[in-house]
Ligand binder design. Sequence first.
Ligand SMILES: [Zn+2]
Length: 302
Amino acid sequence: MLLINKLFHSKVSFRNGTKIKYIVIHYTANTTSKAGTAYNTACYFRDSSEGSADYTVDDTTVYLCNKDINKYYSWAVGGKKYTSMTTSEGGKFYGKCTNKNSISIEICSNKKDKSNLKGSAKDWYFTENALSLAAELTKELMKSFNIPIENVIMHHHVTGKVCPNPFCVTQDHLNEWKKFKKRLINEVEKPKKEENEMIDTTLIKVNGKDIKINRILKDGRNFIELRGLENAGFNVDYDAKSKLVSLNSSIKELPLIVDGKKTSVEAVNIEGHNFCPIRSISSAVGNFDVDFVDNTVNIKTK
Ligand SMILES: [Zn+2]
């Protein structure tokens, strides 16, 4: 468990029961994130700022600044959408993520050239210590509020503001953002094999006849085992030299030979078997129609 200090501000409003759906990451535009800066930022929210946030993080310490996150929201992501965006991600969540349905984390930042503090400068950065602490906090919040990884976003995603600067000025910055999000995925969300990609057996109808076939559900789509189609009377061969056999199950193009002609279908390899979306086979092979009736795959050869 992360040790969390408390210093509350009063710049909050009632959530009125609105569910917390997003975690929003910000930077403080501090030029150092050494111990004490999270505290100073919390004091700033309490004493002088017009805006606020729920947490502040520096190299060593986390501060909770909202006296009751379930009840109140801080003023962190409001305002109009910017008219010009520094990256293609800017403003993507405008109108979706609001102060009312989000939690905001301010990460204390650093700057190489402290004589120029422009918000668009490219030398703002986060230390490894601050990032790792912020990631730990984010993961705990994802767990407590059941927030999926795609709902961990930047302030930049909401209004288009360049915040947090180290993640959203250029494409390189966006790559840093992706790296930060990877820290959250690795430990929080592992692929769930139980729900996805489990091989089971189903019946498909081929010219009115029931045929047993292995299938998997992948990302909401039905994939059937290619070999299984042989039982249905199809003479389908696949290229043994294809590099499809691999340990991962990402979708690839599988070379197929249909009546001596080379073509390809989408396929995944699970436990050594090739699975293809039935529609993909139909369009590659071209000599049968596929229909889904009452949750059953119906195949009619032409
Ligand atoms: Zn911000």
